[in-house]
Design a protein around this ligand. Sequence first.
Ligand code: EPU
Length: 339
Amino acid sequence: MTIQRKASLQPYNTFGIDAKAHLLAEFTSVDELRALLQNPEVQALPKLILGGGSNVLFTQNVEAAVLLNRIKGITQTQEADAKHVLVTSGSGETWHDLVLYSLEHDLGGIENLSLIPGTVGAAPLQNIGAYGVELKDTFVSLEALEMATGEVVLFNKEQCGFGYRESVFKKEAKGNYIVTSVTLRLTKEHTYNTTYGAIQDTLEQQQVKELSLKAISEAVCRIRRSKLPDPAQLGNAGSFFKNPEISLAQFEILKSQYPGIPGYPVNPETMKVPAGWLIEQCGWKGKVLGRHGVHKDQALVLVNYGGAAGNDVKALAYEIIHSVQEKFGISLTPEVNII
Ligand code: EPU
């Protein structure tokens, strides 16, 4: 357990921003985490837990103890019933490695979530989702260490309060817990979810004759690679904003002004509008502003071309919010944690 001082966080955030951590240490087990939390230097500071660093934008040096979660291990804990298996993963596993594990063992439910950056422990915080599936669909429970007591506490699905890119860990319980493991209920007999348009088209293009978990995963990887920049090549944190939900009445008015506006019903009164479309309509797509900008293929993604300052990216985000508000009367909310 080594504690580094004034360490660069550049390797630990997918935006590639060069902020410094006051203290930096990693933990590979719950015991190591407890020991770190009892260290007097760490105790004296606020704590920031990082997994893959794929959902943060650093705008300043981090005057905190930054703790890197490296708790590994994936196990099939038990058969839930004839058709399902419970799989428990250490929270420091890379999310896509858990997806690959599920494919190797022919376990279904998370194949649509292939290639989402980040760790297993971060997945429930924002209830990761893509291509018609969310984490909550297979989620059973998680274990988390309560910072105040050092106790490991079990949260069931209801207690996690999942919503669209939301959970209790972003609200009431924010900063109080460190997720140590996550348990999912995966299928042995599969129901494939290909309803999300692009998946069906991609499977057809690939001339897939028989559906399988691997075929869907490959289709999702293909779609993601075609639209979303690889953080190893171009700094980014995926979708920078959430897709806003607006009333059906407001949607109808906008539709009369902008007939091409896409919208997905959330319930009979509410529509979700792709923020990428709104941002593109405001002329931001592909904009390069020195060392940062808006991605050329997906306007929802802000990028660091190399050496960008977090504050420049933040300023751009707020300019985008302002222009979408002016043009459409819709408030965008960042999905990324701005620190
Ligand atoms: N669109 C545009 N211009 C753009 C981008 C999108 O017009 O530059 C419109 C198109 O009409 C497109 C629609 O937006 O059909 C939806 O775009 P896309 O399928 O790329 O999905 P998204 O709504 O932009 C969401 C998630 C992604 C997830 C995809 C696929 C959020 C905030 N983002 O993006 O999640 O991969 O759906 O399910 O909900 C992430 O959270 O980091 C992330 C990448």
